[in-house]
Design a protein around this ligand. Structure first.
Ligand code: A3P
Length: 279
């Protein structure tokens, strides 16, 4: 099972989906001024926000929702080449740490939306995802997975490093953050914020359409139609606080300590509302 993952510069990646060759090619990837990029650690709401942007663009262009495959680090060199044929605005997403995001996204006026989720729910979601994805190794138990999560020995590395590195870029004009928890608790406000930031102006009525098309239930149903059981891997529960059903007291404290060391007092750490969602 070990060869399902490979190590690139100290971080693990899925070998059936990513390659060193592609990572190197990404260094010279040419972003456009009107590109839209979603940056996330895995399991923090990537597919939710991808769907939101696709619905927004389709309403503005008055066309059926066209779903491009937006993960920049997935696929082959040909996949990368195909992006050059896509019409603007291109929607991209990536789990790569900020240092590996193609520089041109920052040099151009591309908009970068970073989506965060509290680390405890992200860990539980990740564990379940590992279980249901054939492309990822199987863990014998939550406890074993938890150790790897806390030490950054999972795909895409440490959650805490990921967020800490993004914290350095968060004041840049073309970077904005939303959290999974804010979307869950005040979706209309977050949708409006996203549409304005992404230069996708919509009326309130149109925003309501986006809201209903991207609710957990409608996304889950759609995904079951197209992906069957695999859909469950991406749309499992969609809740805040599921971690309480699986974390031991000790594991909870370990995450608290990690948070304290790496993120407490940082801008992104504050936005996570840790005391509310992780205690
Ligand atoms: P759970 O496993 O806790 O259910 P990603 O897309 O980054 O892989 O994140 C997956 C997580 O986002 C899953 O969390 C999934 O259920 C949740 N999710 C996806 N779409 C959602 C939606 N429309 N509303 C709420 N949560 C959603």
């Amino acid at each position: 099972a070990e060869d399902l993952l490979f190590n690139y510069k100290g971080v693990l990646y899925p070998s059936t989906i990513c390659s060193e060759e592609l990572f190197e090619a990404l260094e010279i990837f040419a972003a456009r001024d009107d590109d839209l990029l979603i940056a996330t650690y895995p399991k923090c709401g990537t597919n939710w926000v991808i769907q939101i942007l696709h619905e927004m663009v389709s309403i503005i262009k008055n066309q059926e929702t066209v779903f491009d495959h937006p993960m920049i680090e997935f696929g082959s060199l040909q996949t990368l080449e195909k992006h050059t044929e896509r019409l603007s605005p291109r929607i991209f997403s990536s789990h790569l740490k900020v240092q590996m995001i193609p520089k041109s996204f920052f040099e151009k006026k591309a908009k970068i939306l970073m989506v965060m989720r509290n680390p405890k729910d992200a860990a539980v979601s990740f564990f379940n995802f590992y279980k249901s994805m054939p492309a990822l190794p199987t863990y014998e138990s939550w406890n074993v997975f938890f150790k790897d999560f806390i030490n950054g020995n999972v795909c895409y590395g440490s959650y805490f490093d990921y967020v800490a590195e993004w914290d350095k870029h968060i004041d840049e004009e073309n970077v904005m953050v939303v959290t999974f928890e804010d979307m869950k608790t005040d979706f209309p406000t977050q949708l409006k914020k996203i549409s304005e930031f992404m230069r996708l102006p919509l009326t309130n009525e149109q925003l309501c359409t986006v809201e209903s098309r991207t609710s957990f239930t409608s996304m889950k149903e759609k995904s079951e139609d197209t992906h069957g059981k695999l859909g469950d891997a991406f749309f499992r529960k969609g809740q805040i606080g599921d971690w309480k059903n699986i974390f031991t007291e000790e594991q909870s404290k370990e995450v608290d300590e990690k948070f304290q060391q790496h993120l407490a007092g940082t801008k992104l750490g504050n936005l996570l509302n840790y005391a509310k969602y992780c205690k």
